[in-house]
Design a protein around this ligand. Structure first.
Ligand code: NOJ
Length: 534
């Protein structure tokens, strides 16, 4: 386990939209470099940069055309290496986004794989043996009719993203390879080679896209895929022991055993993360989904749903929906790795969509006082707003969470000097769009709250990644929610009423607070919409 993860707080950067240093309307590496001091001042000491490699950008870069080449729009490999160096000089680690499950259909491997004549890449992707063989009945989307080669190929996500071949758990048809086949082995080695390439140039690890998607026909326990990750982790442990691996899997019991150091808790159908901040329900019950209908981003659909999110004031939210799920996984994995709670990401409607600034403060205070390795999505520290926009680069509803960072009241809110019409995405047009420069002056702002809670986390080991969580008061439909981290007691009350709970501990006053509360004579009392650390 890389030691630096214990006190790591990540900042996710969507590079298109962070800072444009050369006035071409899109963010770049040099722009990120100029903001490293700001990132550090927030209390973030690690970055995750969304894919920044050569790509036709049909899925915002998750369709990689060349794993070893930085995309021209962001700069050169040398610029990216300089970004690693500048980050390291400030004590910031950098994770790149590894997309091992698929490439772009424009990747040279895939182009060669399409050829009629057999070649080195014929089996790098998953091809059936017949031009009319569908794989829909096996649960996999496929494409036919595009290549010279008389077969169909499997997709991993969009049509532009053919699935790399890591074999099948049961190769029960002659066109399927096993996990041990030469074809699967060569894919594994090719991905290891990519990881080595960037590790040798100074990156500190990888956020791994769709980490569970490698082996096809895998069992529930992901036996085949897990074996591959364990092999990769062994390679890293030996050659790059400080390299961190964070999975997009949302199943810590499997992913951490497969060798990941941390796994995201996401708004997947199988995880109630969404009940914290986007718990939409109608008469038919709760809907946990990231579709805008269900997040409320589409006003017409939203009219049908009520928001019962825990952090929404008086929405009747219930922390046990999340905590029961979380604690089961926490108990199972606390000694082998971390769970990563996120404010949001590039795939999700921003939490400011339905939460007020005060509600966001309570939500972030919770995230940043829980164990594990937390992630802050750029712009969430100022409550940047979700925008209703047309799709860009395969973003669809996600596009609204990918707009330019709002730095100041200057041109394009300080993101770029280009003409507004040339921007990658428009900036928030609202007069009162939140901006960094103004919030920096105000310790009580959302930004000020993020900075002070992160400063406390770094100062007090008890509040960092380690597994010292103990729930002190958590009752279905009741408030407050109270938990202990070592010597500290944290309590939250998102409602508009003063609440209290019996807590068996000596009298204490807050060392950090939003709102007010205390612990006296065995009773913890919390004022409306408050979070305290005692
Ligand atoms: C998950 C990424 O977060 C998302 O943005 C992307 O579209 C898919 N994986 C496909 O790579």
């Amino acid at each position: 386990m890389p030691g630096w993860l214990k006190d790591a707080v990540f900042y996710e950067i969507y590079p298109q939209s962070y800072c444009d240093s050369n006035s071409d309307g899109i963010g770049d590496f040099q722009g990120i470099i100029t903001k490293l001091d700001y990132i550090k001042s927030l209390g973030c000491n690690a970055l995750w940069i969304n894919p920044c490699f050569d790509s036709p950008f049909r899925d915002a870069g998750y369709d990689v055309r060349d794993y070893k080449k930085a995309a021209d729009r962001y700069g050169t490999n040398e610029d990216l290496i300089r970004l690693f160096q500048e980050a390291h000089a400030r004590g910031i680690h950098v994770l790149l986004d590894l997309v091992p499950g698929h490439t772009s259909e424009e990747h040279e491997w895939f182009q060669k794989s399409c050829a009629l004549e057999r070649n080195e890449y014929s089996d790098r992707f998953i091809w059936t043996d017949y031009c009319f063989r569908g794989t829909g009945n096996m649960g996999y989307p496929y494409v036919g009719g595009e290549a010279e080669r008389p077969g169909t190929y499997l997709l991993n996500f969009f049509k532009c993203q053919p699935a790399l071949n890591y074999g099948w758990l049961h190769a029960d048809e002659n066109w399927k390879c096993t996990v041990d086949s030469e074809a699967a082995r060569s894919t594994i080695e090719a991905i290891k080679d990519v990881m080595r390439f960037w590790m040798d140039r100074g990156c500190d690890g990888f956020r791994v896209d769709m980490a569970s998607s490698l082996v096809k026909g895998d069992d529930e326990k992901k036996t085949g895929t897990s074996r591959i990750w364990r092999e990769i982790r062994n390679m890293l442990d030996q050659d790059y022991p400080e390299c961190a691996l964070v999975s997009e899997w949302s199943n810590p019991s499997l992913s951490l055993r497969a060798g990941f150091h941390a796994d995201f808790v996401l708004n997947e159908p199988n995880s109630p993360y969404s009940t914290l901040v986007r718990d939409y329900q109608n008469h038919a019950g709760r809907i946990i989904h990231s579709d805008p209908c269900f997040t409320g981003a589409d006003p017409e659909c939203a009219a049908e749903y009520e928001d019962h999110s825990f952090f929404k004031m008086d929405a009747g939210g219930d922390i046990t929906c999340f905590m029961d799920w979380y604690l089961e996984r926490y108990q199972d994995t606390k000694d082998i790795g971390y769970m990563s709670l996120i404010t949001c990401n590039h795939d999700t409607v921003r939490p400011s969509f339905n939460l007020s600034e005060r509600e966001l403060k309570l939500f972030y205070a919770f995230l940043f006082t829980m164990p594990g390795v937390p992630f802050l999505y750029y712009g969430d520290e100022i409550g940047q707003r979700y925008q209703n926009l047309r799709t860009k680069e395969g973003g669809y509803f996600r596009t609204g969470s990918r707009t330019p960072m709002q730095w100041s009241r200057e041109k394009n809110l300080g993101f770029s000097d280009a003409d507004a019409a040339c921007l990658y995405l428009p900036v928030d047009p609202a007069q009162d769009a939140p901006v960094v420069s103004e919030m920096m002056q105000d310790a009580d702002s959302l930004l000020g709250t993020v900075r002070s809670i992160l400063a406390l986390r770094h100062k007090e080991e008890d509040l960092q990644g380690q597994p010292n969580l103990e729930v002190l008061y958590q009752k279905k439909g009741e408030l407050p929610f109270v938990y202990r981290r070592g010597n500290r007691i944290c309590a939250v009350n998102p409602s508009s009423k003063t609440v209290s709970a019996p807590i068996d501990a000596e009298d204490r006053k807050p060392v950090w607070q939003v709102g007010a509360g205390n612990l006296k004579d065995g009773v913890l009392t919390l004022k409306p919409q408050s979070f305290i650390i005692l």
